[in-house]
Ligand binder design. Structure first.
Ligand code: PMV
Length: 326
């Protein structure tokens, strides 16, 4: 049984503390943001050349940097054709004439969890389309398979926060992961500034592993400190001690720089934000490019203007305790 068309939305995310460290078992804190990916799934026109060959994906907007039309056998971006191959395998005959249209405000390569949002939104829309129930556990297993295609060996934090739709404290275990939902005592205002695309999370994680191998002791100490700081940040978030959260973000940024994940542009935006009253500022996600987040308490418009005046595309986003998905 299928409906004519099914829709879904999944948000992007920011990591407040613990990116990369989370891959090695440290706790990280992530939050959904009010930007995301929209997906519609319907039946391919029976006269289409692709009917019976699909699924096909049509992407519009910043996520695809324009307009993209792909199917499994096309010569488009490998990760996307592999992802379509996964869907064809997972959904069998039902996928053969599926048309997936993706739209959204999240561009990839910016550390805002666009691939996790895409994975989760597609799976949710497909289950609505085929009118089958979808548990969070099944959704997580499909999203993890897709994220593995996009990212190599993801810690799972991106799709966990996207599925949960609320802030989480996340820790990876040997084969599994555990997370707690954080009930923020107040809304957070963040200014997000883009410093250009990064080189892909997969590469960032691989290069981090190589540096860690050379400097095992130094890297392990920093990862352990970031883990302790995540526990302190969790408590401060629950108690609304935002100045303390901001200070921890600044310290985390110092560590991320020490771990070779920062760039001149990232340091520049962090300094601009702090000079103009941000409670804290740091890179978010894989690093080496991507996005900077600045935690604000009334100074968000001034920081937004400063980022834009310095030539960086920026926006203000807020994180509330409410759920971010549809
Ligand atoms: O893909 P990004 O840029 O949101 O980064 C994900 C966070 C990492 O810790 C770098 C990787 C991971 O799988 O946790």
């Amino acid at each position: 049984m299928r409906t004519d068309i099914a829709f879904s939305y999944a948000p992007g995310k920011v990591i407040l503390i613990g990116e990369h460290a989370v891959v090695y078992g440290a706790t990280a804190i992530a939050m959904p943001i009010d930007m995301g990916v929209r997906v519609a799934v319907s039946r391919l026109d029976e006269h289409s050349d692709l009917a019976g060959v699909g699924p096909m994906i049509r992407g519009v907007g910043p996520f695809f940097m324009g307009d993209t039309f792909l199917h499994q056998e096309s010569s488009g971006p490998k990760v996307l054709t592999h992802a379509l191959g996964y869907l064809a395998q997972a959904f069998g005959e039902q996928a053969l004439d599926m048309a997936i249209v993706v739209d959204g405000s999240l561009a990839p390569g910016r550390g805002l969890g666009s691939s996790a949002a895409l994975s989760v939104a597609i799976i949710r829309a497909i289950y609505r389309y085929i009118q089958q129930p979808l548990s969070d556990c099944l959704l997580a297993s499909h999203a993890s398979a897709l994220e593995t295609i996009f990212h190599g060996q993801p810690s799972g934090i991106d799709h966990a926060v996207v599925i949960n739709g609320e802030p989480i404290a996340f820790r990876r275990k040997a084969q599994t992961a555990e997370y707690r939902t954080l009930k923020l005592s107040s809304e957070l205002k963040l200014v997000v500034g883009f410093v250009g695309p990064h080189d892909g999370t997969k590469n960032a994680v691989k290069e981090f592993a190589e540096r860690k191998k050379r400097q095992e002791k130094a890297y392990s100490r920093i990862i352990s400190n970031l883990d302790d700081m995540a526990a302190d940040m969790e408590e401060a978030l629950l108690n609304g001690r935002l100045a303390f959260v901001g200070e921890l973000m600044n310290i985390a940024q110092g560590y991320l720089n020490a771990l070779s994940l920062s760039t001149l542009a990232i340091e520049h935006l962090c300094a601009l934000a702090r000079e103009r009253g941000a409670l804290g500022a740091k890179l978010t996600g894989a690093g080496g490019g991507g996005a900077v987040i600045a935690l604000c308490d009334g100074c968000e418009t001034e920081i937004l203007s400063a980022f834009r005046a310095a030539g960086f595309e920026s926006f203000i986003t807020s994180v509330s305790a409410g759920r971010h998905h549809a």
